[in-house]
Design a protein around this ligand. Structure first.
Ligand code: GLN
Length: 475
């Protein structure tokens, strides 16, 4: 019997000694995906192709030619292009769009013999924090199906949490990997801006977007990151900086490591269950030789405003390409060109996407540009500087992942500002371009997962992976 709850490490051993096959495991995941349809995690499932590919990988294993990720079964957020596959961004606008090339991350995973099982549901164009803004219906949290899984990479988080895939890819523009990882009780990493190629990722806010993995453990995150990280000549913002060996850096030792606790991230009003679960882990880190230092990031109170000005500005520009002519949905109600643009966009985009386009257009418009966009750019620089300053003194930071655990489906949909405020602990990493990881730290009285976040220096994923792996191993 295939045990889908067994860690990837153990499964890989069985795979290599011939007691289990990729084909068996793929079949088991496919059956489980059908059983858990109500979670609404997938938009496309590659039933036949996945089985075909499983056989190929099994043959490679027998011949001793399989890549480093043989047996890793991956679900991909539906904002990442896969040649010949529907790439909808969970929008009516792209409901029938088929990608014409593979994203670099897809090519790299394929080359390492990972297997793709399907494309996952998400907030439309990655805009949202709950998984409710999809044109194809809300995604449910497997821990409690009346609650949201977080967003925007909702389906990718749920695919892993509900054991429908071994790992998955999400994207994080302001928290969309880390926050759903926290809400679903799994691990999720946002790499440094430029660490992973964005070639083939449908853009939301180009100076913030990064692709990153979800998995059950920091170790599996490291395995996937190892393959997808690194320079890509197709993405001019990808960095030509060597990729270290992440697994090797995970030495289960935090002695002498200086970990900063930003006081702005632990306000008096912080939820008491979240505070005590985090404090327990922080005490354990201390007991094992880490030095915990209180630090300050003085511009923290401006992060939400700065993010929602800059991200919407970039979104309004990026989403201008969906005009009914070049991509996707075209209204049938139009009588002239102007109407074709306006009706196609009005009918094709959902509420939240339209709100963002309007906000973004407003902050960029002449007369408001200086007051909003330009000012926000200046504040972004100050926020980046806060991090540069503290990283002179500490190796990484520890923070909560969100102000609450997973909230009820429908609870925040009518109040966009409340929804935006949920991102208070995650957007700073994207503003500063630094890496962040969320792993599970415990649960609240209702059994809802509580995540813990570690933020690192630019291109120092190794340190936060090492701390996250350590935290997973101590109780
Ligand atoms: N919740 C944030 C937003 O709606 C972040 C989304 C993301 O990271 N893609 O913009």
């Amino acid at each position: 019997m295939v045990n889908l709850h067994e860690p990837y490490d153990l499964f890989r051993e069985k795979l290599l000694n011939g007691t289990e096959t990729v084909e068996q495991r793929t079949q088991a995941f496919l059956s489980e995906i059908i059983k858990r349809k109500e979670l609404n995690a997938f938009l496309t499932v590659f039933e036949e192709e996945a089985m075909q590919r499983a056989k190929e990988i099994d043959t490679k294993i027998q011949n001793g030619t399989a890549g480093s990720l043989a047996g890793m079964i991956v679900a991909v957020k539906d904002v990442v292009c896969m040649k010949g596959k529907r790439t909808t961004c969970a929008s009516k606008m792209l409901a029938d769009y088929e990608a014409i090339y593979d994203a670099t991350v897809v090519q790299r995973l394929n080359n390492a013999d990972a297997l793709f099982i399907g494309k996952t549901n998400m907030d439309e164009f990655a805009m949202g924090s709950s998984g409710e803004n999809s044109a194809f219906g809300a995604v449910k949290n497997p821990v409690d199906e009346t609650r949201v899984p977080g967003g925007s990479s909702s389906g990718s988080a749920v695919a892993v949490a509900a054991h429908l895939s071994t790992s998955s890819l999400g994207t994080d523009t302001g928290g969309s990997i880390r926050q759903p990882a926290g809400f679903c009780g799994i691990a999720g990493l946002k790499p440094t801006y430029g660490r992973v190629s964005r070639y083939g990722l449908v853009a939301y806010a180009s100076s913030f977007d990064q692709i990153g993995p979800f998995a059950h453990s920091a170790r599996d995150i490291a395995r996937v990151l190892q393959v997808i990280a690194g320079y890509d000549e197709c993405d001019s913002t990808s960095a030509n900086i060597p990729v270290p060996n992440y697994l090797e850096a995970m030495n289960r030792n935090v002695k002498g490591l200086r970990i900063g606790m930003p006081k702005e991230y632990f306000p008096d009003a912080l939820n008491s269950e979240i505070r005590s679960v985090l404090q327990k882990k922080i005490d354990l880190l201390k007991a094992h030789g880490a030095e915990i230092v209180e630090v300050s990031l003085p511009h923290s109170e401006y992060t939400i405003a700065t993010y929602y000005i800059l991200a919407t500005a970039e979104a309004s520009s990026n989403l201008a390409r969906y005009d009914g002519a070049r991509y996707g949905y075209r209204s049938r109600q139009a009588n002239d060109l102007e109407q074709m643009y306006t009706k196609s966009r009005s009918e094709g985009f959902g509420e939240e996407v339209k709100r963002r386009i309007m906000l973004g257009t407003y902050v960029l418009s002449s007369g408001y540009y200086d007051a909003y966009y330009r000012k926000a750019q200046k504040v972004r620089r100050l926020i980046q500087k806060d991090f540069l300053d503290v990283f002179q003194h500490v190796d990484c930071l520890v923070t909560p992942i969100a102000p609450t655990t997973a909230f009820k489906i429908g609870e925040k949909v009518s109040d966009p500002l409340q929804m935006y405020l949920n991102d208070i602990y995650t957007v700073s990493a994207n503003l500063a371009g630094i890496p962040g990881i969320c792993v599970n730290a415990g649960a609240d009285a209702n059994g809802l997962p509580i995540g813990i976040q570690f933020l690192g220096k630019q291109f120092d994923e190794a340190t936060i992976l090492r701390v996250a792996d350590f935290v997973e191993s101590i109780h």
